[in-house]
Design a protein around this ligand. Structure first.
Ligand SMILES: [Zn+2]
Length: 208
């Protein structure tokens, strides 16, 4: 069973082909979910008063496949494995993602895919929202995608690919200038990526 969907921000703007399947199973999934709960407690993942969720995270399984938190899950503090799906393929030019699991991939799956495709050392991608961190990092001209690259577009995915390609390290944190409050961190492990994010939040005095 599958369907294609196109929605506005907060849901799915890209073309998603979702196949209903049992929850993904992976030895790292519990660790990722625990990090997600930690970030939820810090309000880096959550939902706005209007109910629109924000923030998502993933880890690479094999090749450019990855397990990512599902669409519309931001308000939930604990997801469990049924809140995740496996992205089996994506096409930046077509702005299309194929995923399988009990829930559809987060609307920002293409952002994650662009990182994995460009840096073989990247094992985890975390996307959060933070008003304070976003404003402070942009004021310092921190690495960022251009303001013209709007959320959920191929232009955004390509701008991310460009940033990642130009960074020789296996970890980085950057700002999505065209996606208000949007921050992305990636790294060689789930733990390293979380540490990079938390360290930057603290160094910038941007705790929620
Ligand atoms: Zn976002």
């Amino acid at each position: 069973m599958s369907h294609a969907a196109m929605h506005d921000e907060g849901y799915v703007k890209y073309q998603a082909r979702h196949t209903l399947a049992p929850a993904p199973r992976h030895p790292l999934l519990a660790a990722l979910d625990a990090v997600r709960t930690e970030l939820h407690d810090l309000a880096l993942i959550g939902a706005y008063p209007n109910g629109i969720g924000f923030g998502n995270l993933s880890f690479r399984t094999k090749g450019n496949q990855f397990i990512i938190s599902g669409s519309g899950t931001g308000s939930r503090r604990i997801l469990g494995e049924s809140g995740y799906c496996l992205v089996t393929a994506f096409d930046v030019d077509a702005n299309a993602v194929e995923c399988e699991g009990p829930i559809q991939a987060s609307s920002e799956a293409m952002t994650h895919g662009a990182v994995y495709a460009e840096n073989p050392g990247a094992q985890c991608v975390i996307h959060v929202h933070s008003r304070a961190l976003f404003d402070r990092l942009l004021a310092q001209n921190w690495p960022h995608t251009p303001k013209s690259a709007a959320y959920g577009t191929p232009a955004m995915a390509k701008a991310i690919a460009e940033l990642v390609k130009n960074n020789p390290a296996d970890q980085a944190l950057f700002v999505l200038a065209g996606h208000d409050e949007g921050i992305v961190a990636y790294g060689p492990s789930i733990d390293a990526t979380k540490k990079l994010l938390i360290t930057t939040v603290k160094a910038q005095g941007a705790s929620a």
